[in-house]
Structures are given as C-alpha cells and as structure tokens.
Design a binder for this molecule. Structure first.
Ligand code: ADP
Length: 245
C-alpha cells in the first residue's frame, strides 16, 4: 500500500533522516517508535509531503510514485497529500470554528464534496466517537481527549487511503489517553491502513502488525511487535524498550 525507500532529509547540517525504508501493507498498522529526536515525526510528515525530503521515493499503491531526488511537480505533491490524512499531537483544530465546521471544512474545500453530504458524514463520524452533542462547541470548550477525537474524525472525513498519527496521545492527561487509543484500536480492527508514531509500547504491542524502531535517523530494527518489543535483536532497541517499560 505504502512503500518508502531511501528517504533522506537534512535541516542545515543536521541529517535527520539517513536513508529510511518502510513498507506498510494495506489494512495493516505500522508503529514508529524511538527516542525523541530520532526522526520519527519527520519521516511521518514526509509520507504526505508536509515535509519535503531531500531524496528518496514514496509510493502509494497502485498508482502514485513520487521521487524526491528531483523537484517534485505540484500535481504529484497534491496527489500525495490526498492519499493520507494526519492526526497531530496538538490536534491542530481551527480554534474559531465549531467542531462540525472543523470536520466539514476539508471535504468541502479540498475534496469539493456537497456541503449537505459532508455534514451528514461528519455527524455520523462524530456520533461514532461519542461526540454528537459537541457538534456546535468550539475546540477550547472540549477536553484534550475530545479534541483529539475530533482530530481523528476530521482525518476520516477526508476518506484517505492511509491514516497518519503523530504521537496522538502524548499531549493528553493520562486519564484521557485510553479513549483516544480506543478509537485508534477500533480503526485498526476495521482494517484502516495506518502509520502511528507513539511512545505507548503496550498499545503498539497490541495493535501494530509491524513495529519500526528508529534512532538517529536510521531504522535500527523492524518486525512483528513480539519480536521488536519483547525480544529485540539490537542493543539500542533493548535499552529503549527497557527504559519505557
Ligand atoms: P522525533 O519525532 O523522533 O522526536 P523529529 O523528526 O521531530 O524527531 O526531529 C528530528 C530532529 O530534526 C530533531 O533534532 C529536531 O530538532 C530536528 N528538526 C525537526 N524539524 C525541524 C525543522 N523544521 N527545522 C530544523 N530542525 C528540525
């Protein structure tokens, strides 16, 4: 479904991604773990062109292949952005818009869908995450967990092929983490293709089909969660996992 090869990115002299390869099978969940600053977010953002890599290729099956070695055509970048939707650590909702307007904005303005159809779908999705009664509220009137559930609904409303999550629970109070992870778990069970950057190893263990451990801009180890999280081959992975458990 999604294949990344040879992804490189530097900020000035600092090489943040040093030839990253990833592969996500349709309907599967890949979790990216690793120490702070290892390049996880930059890799994730590169998957949908929020970050423009210096080199490497991102392919989304069956029909899109973007090579970053040369300047990328605007049309290809737009197509890449259309393939996926991002759920951000700090939700990134529009503060001056109601919950419903936040969800409807993308489908109407970016996807050109009729407003009444987009509203009906937004209402369905909000009901699904238990937020029907918040449709007319503004983001600041919601808890962090509720805002993040709106963030997820907003991503789903774009009908992407791939959902990208950037540490979706790390800004939340501990008691609100479970609700958001519960929604992500359900999406995984429904067969969404997802890439999740997370520090929640128990969640990764339970939901991921593949865990990728990154450190200092490289993939150190990847494989099934049981292998990477409970019997890591590499010392760096072992140390990281031990510290978080
Ligand atoms: P992680 O998600 O694993 O914490 P990031 O991808 O956020 O790692 O960051 C990797 C490194 O790249 C960090 O050292 C960070 O400071 C740096 N970095 C990220 N974005 C930028 C940017 N826009 N400009 C300069 N440096 C950046």
């Amino acid at each position: 479904m999604l294949r990344v090869s040879g992804l490189r990115k530097a900020f000035g002299e600092h090489e943040v991604l040093r030839s990253i390869d990833l592969e996500v099978v349709q309907g599967q969940v890949l979790t990216l773990i690793g120490p702070s600053g290892s390049g996880k977010t930059t890799a994730l953002r590169s998957l949908n062109g929020l970050e423009i890599p210096d080199a490497g290729r991102v392919e989304v099956a069956p029909d899109l292949s973007v090579d970053f070695a040369a300047p990328v055509a605007k049309r290809d970048l737009a197509r890449l952005r259309d393939c996926s939707a991002m759920v951000f650590q700090h939700y990134n909702l529009f503060p001056h818009m109601s919950v419903l307007a936040n969800v409807v904005e993308g489908p109407v303005r970016v996807r050109n869908r009729p407003r009444d159809e987009a509203v009906a779908e937004a209402e369905r999705l909000l009901e699904r995450v238990g937020l029907s009664d918040k449709r007319d509220s503004f983001p600041h009137q919601l808890s962090g967990g509720q805002q993040q559930r709106v963030g997820i609904v907003r991503a789903l409303a774009m009908r992407p092929r791939v959902l990208l999550f950037d540490e979706p629970t790390s800004a939340l109070d501990p008691e609100l983490v479970g609700d958001v992870l519960g929604v992500i778990r359900e999406l995984a069970e429904e067969g969404w293709t997802m890439v999740v950057v997370t520090h929640e190893l128990a969640f990764a263990q339970e939901v991921a089909d593949q865990v990728v451990f990154m450190d200092q801009g490289v993939v150190v180890e990847h494989g099934a969660p049981e292998a990477v999280l409970t019997a890591p081959r590499e010392e760096r992975t072992r140390q990281f996992v031990r510290r978080l458990q």
